[in-house]
Design a protein around this ligand. Structure first.
Ligand code: G4P
Length: 579
């Protein structure tokens, strides 16, 4: 059974969560001083929108579930083992995820905690879905990095860190699985520093590990929270002993306690002091230790999300003024509503066979019945319903502010990267599509299903689940991917969601470049020269397909005025730098 704590604008004091003392002052948490004069500021200031990033199996699903549990968004969380056998995690939606036990799709959950509205975005842990992950990370204000203490920073986490670093996203680090035989915490800190390229600041410190795991020392409160195994434990169930009671702690934890004090001293001496501004600038990471499956050290992380992470900040957009592109800064507290579609997903729930565009609100307030426009097309947006995501359920939105994620049920007309506003004509940037490096030809087993196949490919292409190319001159549709698993997921989804059995066959292409030209005449000349190499993608953008990097170089030499783009930002906007 699940109950959810839906955000209501002014909860009665009794409905609020108890408010522990903040870890750190939130005065500078991404809140410009201009907030004082504007009405939406109190709402945007109490929003926290973050993503959890990790390598598969580090414990992201477990931690997500525990965060939902502690915030009251769900009532029960089975041990992960039980969950995997009998029910799937609240954040796992797709059939294929259950089969494979990996997070393929990313999901969104809203919860309310300590009078804050927390939006948690899950990211696919598998490397083949790095594009989807990239787009999710454009929609958050901070990230929570989960590390398996036995394995340290692993390959997939490294990739995600790179994305966060590019955007200077503040990162909180959680070192998980301390109840196992793991690596020395000093070693882990050192590795995190190296991999992140930024100093660490320990906030909690472990006493022992594995069988001798005694708990964590909280450096701020100068107390030790004693570990007790069990997935039913609540934060208040853990015993807390002041560090000043040294004799008691020594008698109880023996050598492990003295070793912990010693290594903690070394860690504190060698690491940076807490600097909130540096954290907000993505230049320092606070580090927490715990055991997600045992609910241990999790509350500290949830409090850190509230106390340390930034509320939504301003975003850059462009407006067309007299055919010129002018930069605009959109502030969360601005009166006009604006948002960006960072994810589109079809058939997310078999009970609702529809498509949902996930919109990260950037400014203003959404209210039901509001008139909105898709800026790319200038068309009015008329969603059949608008929802928020409460763990596995969707609920109608009463209102939403900057930082919130709302889902529009749509029937075409909206694409990834679209900017939606209630009036002002502006476009947000920064939602890239990368040129695929792997291609497959789609062969339909039953030709009578052609229409369904076309619909399926169009929708999956618009979702960004895969890139779909329709050759300009005949031939079967082509799928382009960054990783092999994307093909498998699409093949599976075509069968289960569109009843289309397809075979995927290898083809000669190894790359694509999106094409633009300075004049229509130049473009025509290029098209005439390479009719067999041209295709249009799901956003109807022209692409040149190549069989080797030399192809592009040769074509570029032959047509110096044609631009070959390795990444496409978003239809209606300029394309990335040409090569
Ligand atoms: P993921 O989403 O990052 O892929 O990881 P997930 O939460 O599914 O956790 C992966 C495995 O790690 C799970 O085991 C889970 O029970 C275990 N795990 C998570 N947190 C902890 C922890 O703090 N301590 C310990 N000891 N284990 C933890 P599983 O997939 O069910 O496999 P099994 O190990 O139970 O066989």
């Amino acid at each position: 059974m699940q109950a959810s704590v839906k955000y209501r604008p002014s909860p009665s004091p009794s409905a609020r969560q108890p408010a522990p003392a903040p870890l750190f002052s939130t005065a500078a948490a991404g809140c410009p001083s201009a907030f004082t004069t504007v009405s939406y500021a109190p709402e945007t200031r109490r929003r926290r929108t973050f993503a959890i990033i990790s390598h598969p199996d580090a414990g992201k699903t477990t931690l997500t579930e525990k965060l939902l549990l502690f915030s009251g968004a769900i009532q029960i969380a089975g041990a992960v083992k039980g969950r995997k056998a009998s029910r799937h995690a609240t954040s796992d939606w797709m059939e294929i995820e259950k089969q494979r036990g990996i997070s393929v799709a990313s999901s969104v959950m809203q919860m309310s905690y300590r009078d804050h509205v927390i939006n948690l975005l899950d990211t696919p842990g598998h490397k083949d879905f790095s594009e989807d992950t990239y787009r999710v990370l454009t929609a958050v204000d901070s990230a929570l990095m989960v590390i398996d203490a036995a394995n340290g920073v692993e390959a997939q986490t490294r990739r995600l860190i790179e994305v966060c670093r590019q955007r200077d996203t503040p990162i909180i680090t959680f070192v998980n699985k301390m109840d196992r035989e793991v690596r020395d915490p000093l070693d882990i800190m050192d590795e995190v520093e190296r991999e992140l390229g930024m100093p660490c600041c320990p906030i909690t410190w472990p006493v022992g590990q594995g069988k001798s795991f005694g708990g964590i020392i909280n450096l701020r409160t100068q107390s030790m929270t004693v570990f007790a195994a069990g997935s039913e434990k609540r934060p208040q169930d853990f015993e807390v002993i002041a560090l000043a009671e040294t004799d008691k702690l020594r008698a109880r934890f023996g050598r492990a306690f003295d070793d912990a004090l010693e290594s903690m001293e070394l860690a504190v001496g060698a690491s940076a002091e807490w600097d909130h501004e540096a954290f907000l600038a993505g230049k320092l990471t606070p580090v927490f230790f715990g055991s997600g499956v045992n609910n241990f050290g999790v509350m500290e992380v949830l409090d850190a999300v509230v106390d340390m992470s930034p509320s939504p900040g301003p975003r850059v957009a462009f407006a067309e003024v007299n055919r010129n592109r002018e930069e605009r800064t959109v502030r969360p507290e601005d009166e006009s509503f604006s948002g960006v579609v960072f994810k589109v997903q079809a058939n997310m729930d078999s009970n609702h066979r529809d498509r949902i565009a996930f919109v990260r609100v950037a400014s203003g307030r959404y209210t039901p019945g509001m008139r909105m426009k898709v800026q790319r097309t200038g068309k009015e947006l008329r969603p059949t319903s608008v929802v928020t995501f409460m763990s596995q359920r969707r609920e109608a939105v009463d209102e939403a502010y900057a930082g919130d994620i709302i889902g529009f049920t749509i029937h075409g007309g909206v694409q990834l990267g679209d900017s939606i506003t209630d009036g002002p004509s502006l476009q947000f940037t920064g939602l890239p599509f990368f040129a695929p490096e792997m291609f497959m030809t789609v062969v339909l087993k039953n030709p009578l299903r052609t229409k369904q196949l076309q619909q399926g490919l169009m929708q999956l292409g618009e979702e960004g689940a895969i890139q779909v190319f329709k050759p300009d001159v005949g031939g079967n549709m082509l799928l382009g991917a960054v990783g092999q698993l994307q093909f498998e997921v699409v093949q599976h989804r075509l069968k289960t969601e569109y009843d289309c059995d397809v075979r995927l066959e290898g083809c000669q292409y190894t790359g694509a470049r999106w094409i633009t030209a300075d004049t229509p005449a130049e473009l025509r000349e290029f098209e005439n020269a390479y009719p067999m190499r041209l295709a249009h993608d799901a956003a109807d953008t022209l692409a040149y397909l190549c069989t080797s990097p030399y192809d592009v170089r040769l074509a570029q030499e032959r047509f110096p005025k044609i631009h070959f783009h390795p990444l496409r930002e978003h239809a209606g906007l300029s394309l990335g730098s040409a090569n």
